[in-house]
Every structure is written in structure tokens, then in C-alpha cells.
Design a binder for this molecule. Structure first.
Ligand SMILES: *[C@@H]1O[C@H](CO)[C@@H](O)[C@H](O)[C@H]1NC(C)=O
Ligand SMILES: *[C@@H]1O[C@H](CO)[C@@H](O)[C@H](O)[C@H]1NC(C)=O
Ligand SMILES: *[C@@H]1O[C@H](CO)[C@@H](O)[C@H](O)[C@H]1NC(C)=O
Ligand SMILES: *[C@@H]1O[C@H](CO)[C@@H](O)[C@H](O)[C@H]1NC(C)=O
Length: 291
């Protein structure tokens, strides 16, 4: 860990030297990859930012790649969060944050856990912001599990040692979810006695929150979870504006929305594994929000 940290500091020193002349033009970007992949999967985004906005420092995290991406969410939030703060310290004029899939949920939780951050724009690229309850997703990891009984594994002490257990949100077993899940109900301020005002502070200071998702995603289930929509207890998807997380302004979504800072983008025809690999998505929906 120490050696990884020094690598990061040397790297930050280099990017701040390289970007010295451009520092005023473009804000540095931190990128967080999805589950079971690593920084290489995010290189297209990283390269495209530097091609269109030359001189932009990009820090594409190498932490928690491959199987280690299944480590508990809080552990990843703490470690990657320290890097986000380090990059922010190197660029006091502010930075931008992009997370893809699980990386977008980690990114959001980092903003909440470290409300002293200096992130300007946050882009969530097809991330299970309201949780996940879907067979295709489940079978990436557990080919033999079925959705209906997966809660027996995830809502246990063992199941909570995995990132995906931390945001498994079974609409039929909400009591167990609230009782066992150590992550999602907390960052969503869904548990009254743990209402943490920092979790709202960290989000409402953003300049913009951009939530990107679409109906042909196939993995994020329901796909509206990418926009904070979710199932009620009767399999009906309730969109963000009609859910209590928005109506109670539990984490600041309503505040951001009223100030015109929350943007929901829906793009049909994009499967989950293509969002970060499609140049036209990057050009149309990421680059314009990295000012
Ligand atoms: C939202 O507010 C309502 C009443 O104002 C309350 O009953 C409910 O528990 C709150 N929900 C959350 C998730 O905070
Ligand atoms: C949680 O705390 C925030 C900030 O103090 C407050 O605005 C909000 O109403 C509280 N929510 C609940 C459900 O208590
Ligand atoms: C659940 O959905 C069924 C079928 O659409 C409907 O008949 C029932 O009233 C719904 N129940 C609730 C509690 O909304
Ligand atoms: C990339 O995304 C665009 C929408 O922005 C879509 O029209 C196009 O078909 C996608 N390309 C590929 C190769 O999936």
C-alpha cells in the first residue's frame, strides 16, 4: 500500500508538472472503473479526454482491479477516496470525477464520505445508484444463484463482505436489506437513526451531477437505478422524483435538481458493456460536462 501511495504521489507530481501551463484551462479528472475490470477498461475515456482537451491531467485509478473489485464498498470508498482527496489537493481549483458501473456508486459514496472534497462535476455512467436486483448481473458472479433467493446469501455477514452484497436491494425483503446491508441504506440516508448530514453536504456542493443510463443496459436492473429510480415492493419501477430519497431530499438530489444541477440522461440502444467503449457516448455525454 505504501508503495502504491508513493507511485501515486510521483504520478501526481508529474501530471502537475506536465499540466502546469494548461492548469487554468482544464480541470483534472479522476476515473473509477467497474467491477471485475481495471483501469485498462477506462483507457478509451482517459485517452479521449486528453485528445480533445490536451493537457488535462487524468488519474485513472488502478486500485481494486479484477477480483479485488469485489472487496467491500466501504473499504474501497476509504482507499480510493484518499486518492480523490490527494488529486484534489494537487489541483485546488477543483477536479472532476467519473465512475462507471460499480465505480459510479463508489464515486458517489466518496463524495458523501469526504464532504471536504473539491469535485466540481460528477458523472455516473450506468451505475446502480439505487441498488441492484437482476439475474443477468447476478450470473456474472454466481451462475447458480437465482434472484429470488440471492438475499439469503447477500443479507448475511458473509454476503456483506462483497461489494455486490453491499448494494443488493431486494424489493421483497426490505427489512432484511435494512437490517443487514452495511452500505447502500447508509449512503442513501434510509436509516432514520443514522441520518448523516455529511452525506447530503458532499453532494449539494457539486456544480453538476450527471446520471447516465438507458433501457437496453441489460445488466443494471432496473435500468432506472442509474437515475435513482427503483422497484417498489410490487415490482413496479418508481422513478426518482416519486421516491422518498428525492421527496425527503435525504441526500440532496432535490436540492441539486431545483438548482438545475442534476441532469438525467437516457440513451437507448447501449448495452452495459458498451457505455465506456463508445466514442460517441464519451463525446456527447461526458466531455461537455468536464469544465
Ligand atoms: C421520508 O419522510 C416520510 C414522512 O415525511 C417518512 O415517513 C419516511 O420515513 C422518510 N423516508 C426516508 C427514507 O427518510
Ligand atoms: C437528515 O438530516 C438533514 C440535514 O440535517 C435534514 O435536512 C433531513 O431532514 C434529515 N432527514 C431525516 C429523515 O431525518
Ligand atoms: C400490486 O400489483 C398488482 C398487479 O398489478 C395489483 O393488483 C396490486 O393492487 C398491487 N399491490 C399494491 C400494494 O400496489
Ligand atoms: C454508440 O452510441 C451511439 C449513441 O450515442 C449509438 O448510436 C451507436 O450505435 C453506438 N455505437 C456502437 C458501436 O454501439
Amino acid at each position: 500500500m505504501t508503495s502504491t501511495n508513493s507511485v501515486i504521489y510521483i504520478y501526481l507530481f508529474l501530471i502537475s508538472l506536465l499540466s502546469y501551463n494548461e492548469a487554468k484551462s482544464y480541470h483534472a479528472v479522476v476515473i473509477i472503473h467497474g467491477v471485475l475490470t481495471g483501469s485498462d477498461s477506462m483507457e478509451l475515456i482517459s485517452n479521449r479526454i486528453q485528445e480533445i482537451h490536451p493537457g488535462t491531467p487524468v488519474y485513472n485509478t488502478v486500485r481494486y482491479a479484477g477480483w479485488s473489485s469485489l472487496e467491500p464498498m466501504w473499504q474501497q470508498v476509504e482507499e480510493i477516496g484518499m486518492d480523490v482527496l490527494s488529486v484534489g489537493a494537487a489541483f485546488p481549483e477543483g477536479i472532476n470525477l467519473i465512475g462507471y458501473s460499480q465505480g459510479g456508486l463508489l464515486a458517489r459514496a466518496i463524495l458523501q464520505r469526504f464532504p471536504m472534497h473539491n469535485v466540481r462535476n460528477f458523472i455516473s455512467l450506468s451505475s446502480p445508484q439505487a441498488g441492484q436486483y437482476g439475474t443477468r448481473f447476478l450470473h456474472l458472479f454466481f451462475p447458480d444463484l437465482v434472484c429470488e433467493t440471492a438475499y439469503e446469501l447477500f443479507y448475511s455477514r458473509l454476503g456483506q463482505h462483497t461489494s455486490i452484497g453491499n448494494y443488493w436491494n431486494d424489493p421483497r425483503h426490505q427489512e432484511l436489506y435494512h437490517k443487514y446491508s452495511k452500505f447502500l441504506p447508509y449512503v442513501n440516508n434510509e436509516i432514520d437513526v443514522y441520518n448523516n448530514s455529511d452525506y447530503k453536504t458532499g453532494l449539494i456542493k457539486l456544480r453538476r451531477m450527471i446520471l447516465i443510463g438507458g433501457p437496453d443496459d441489460g445488466v443494471i436492473t432496473p435500468w432506472q437505478s442509474s437515475h435513482f429510480g427503483y422497484y417498489d415492493n410490487n415490482d413496479t419501477v418508481i422513478e426518482m422524483h416519486d421516491r422518498s430519497i428525492y421527496k425527503n431530499d435525504s441526500i440532496g438530489l432535490k436540492t441539486l435538481d431545483k438548482q438545475g444541477k442534476l441532469k438525467l440522461i437516457t440513451v437507448p440502444g447501449i448495452p452495459h458493456t458498451e457505455w465506456h467503449k463508445n466514442i460517441s457516448i464519451i463525446d456527447q455525454f461526458l466531455l461537455p460536462y468536464l469544465d
